[in-house]
Design a protein around this ligand. Structure first.
Ligand SMILES: [Zn+2]
Length: 102
């Protein structure tokens, strides 16, 4: 059931990370939303990811931590679309997990 491997899907999924982080341009958001309207597979994927991002936001995270994102993408069979240069981008990832083991 790898329907979301079509050309337009790949294009959309490749930009998804920006969209989820709220860093996508208005026009890109439109494109993604339009694709989602036409493609149920992608809609499910984006909904799942967006819901998770929202949960993290409600817990004070600006965006999805790298590890959580990797796990989600793997669960959705999207590892091809994981953004590569993520590691140095969020220095706050680590400090937020400190001092929680009380
Ligand atoms: Zn699609």
């Amino acid at each position: 059931m790898s329907n979301h491997k079509r050309e337009s899907c790949r294009e959309m999924l490749g930009t998804l990370s920006l969209y989820l982080d709220g860093e996508a341009e208005e026009s890109l958001c439109r494109e993604i939303e339009r694709h989602m309207a036409e493609c149920e597979d992608c809609r499910i994927v984006v909904d799942t990811l967006a819901m998770t991002v929202k949960l993290y936001r409600e817990h004070g995270q600006r965006s999805l931590p790298g590890e959580a994102r990797r796990r989600l993408y793997a669960a959705l069979d999207l590892t091809d679309f994981l953004p590569g240069g993520q590691k140095s981008a969020s220095p706050s990832d680590r400090s937020s997990t400190k001092g929680l083991d009380d």
